[in-house]
Design a protein around this ligand. Sequence first.
Ligand SMILES: [Zn+2]
Length: 77
Amino acid sequence: MGEPRPDTPAADPPRPAVSVAGLTPMQQAYSDYASHALGCVSCRDIDAGPCGVAEALWQAYRRESDDAYRRLSSSGQ
Ligand SMILES: [Zn+2]
């Protein structure tokens, strides 16, 4: 039968990289979100939850992410 399939990690561990050149738009969007979340009092308060800025940054990340995957899956066709 087949060969064992190694588990592939779903994603790199989040890294609050700030101002690193060479990031993709998706990575940059996540970096923006992570940087905000680390420095925002509301976002760090579990009871308060993410603030409006975090929501907007997260939505922006999701858009970039969807975009990137769509580009990947449609490349070469
Ligand atoms: Zn926040």
